[in-house]
Design a protein around this ligand. Sequence first.
Ligand SMILES: [Zn+2]
Length: 148
Amino acid sequence: MAADRALRIAAHDLAAIVAAARNALPRECCGLLLGREGEGGWYVTEIVDSPNVAPADRQDRFEIDPGVLIAVQKRLRREGGAMIGIYHSHPNGRPTPSQTDLAQAWQTGKIWLIAALSGEEEVASVGAFLRTEKGFSSISLIREEARP
Ligand SMILES: [Zn+2]
């Protein structure tokens, strides 16, 4: 755990990510987490869904659409705010970063939220991590009733 800093996200945003994970099956879903970093951790104020542009034969990976990324960066420059992290799903896995995730070239200091689906019921479990130079560090996830 990275001290006691947590990721705070509205329950409806979390539900939308889990729904995106189910809709994307058998592939992974992906998107951006916008918000701010404060004393208690990270606050998600918006999620931006992205098409997964990874090659179609690779169901074990995600690639955020560069067009979505550029559009969001432009908007944040104009309106303020920050991209604090990304999310994606593991269709048949655990809510922890995979070797593939470790190989991704995202900068350190970003939050990774991973929604895993398992079993026929597609029960979801969600994990949050901070990308560090050494890898990933697990952080707590706090569900808020409204956007924090
Ligand atoms: Zn992954």
